[in-house]
Design a protein around this ligand. Sequence first.
Ligand code: 5RP
Length: 219
Amino acid sequence: LRTPTKNFSIRAQSAPILTQDELKKLAADKAVDYVKSGMVLGLGTGSTAAFVVAKIGELLQSGQLTDIVDGADEVDPDLNLVKGRGGALLREKMVEAASEKFVVVADETKLVTGLGGSKLAMPVEVVQFCWKYNLVRLKELFSEEGVEAKLRLNETGKPYVTDNSNYIVDLYFENPIQDAYAAGKEISAFEGVVEHGLFLDMATAVIIAGKSGVEVKAK
Ligand code: 5RP
């Protein structure tokens, strides 16, 4: 991907009321502007990334992964993210860490002032063995923020199993996480935790579609 111009926005010509899917598509279309013929591009999961896939289609080529476009569940002002509500956080984090550039596409509903601020799930992938022990430890860790911790279930009411055969404990914060960097380290230090959904200092740029147009933020 070309390094985008830092922090610019494109105003919509008129201001129609767009649905969340239309906003996702707007951000995805903007992301495709960065795709060059011959480039090797990785793509993540989720409905926003799916719009990117649909748009670029045949531009994908096989070979070494250097760049990736993916969605996110939360985006804070420093371009730190929560990801993994779709359950693929471990593989997404590995691929994105290995990528030269990681461009996020999202609609404005994903913007938060602090991670954990959306009141929706922040996932932590844990090994199945003694999962409850980690659920309790995670609750204790975030006692100051106030948190509810729940084992993720699938549509049949059984524990959701990730593509790496682990479980997910979803954390629902009452208040945003005070120090996401410290929190990330502490979660990772728990025995039996495989990965968490805090993606810190990983995004190269974030493309956000909102009612007033598309904004690109880059570090
Ligand atoms: C999956 C993810 C997705 O990128 C994230 O959930 C965003 O999804 P969507 O674009 O459908 O809102 O992290 O694990």
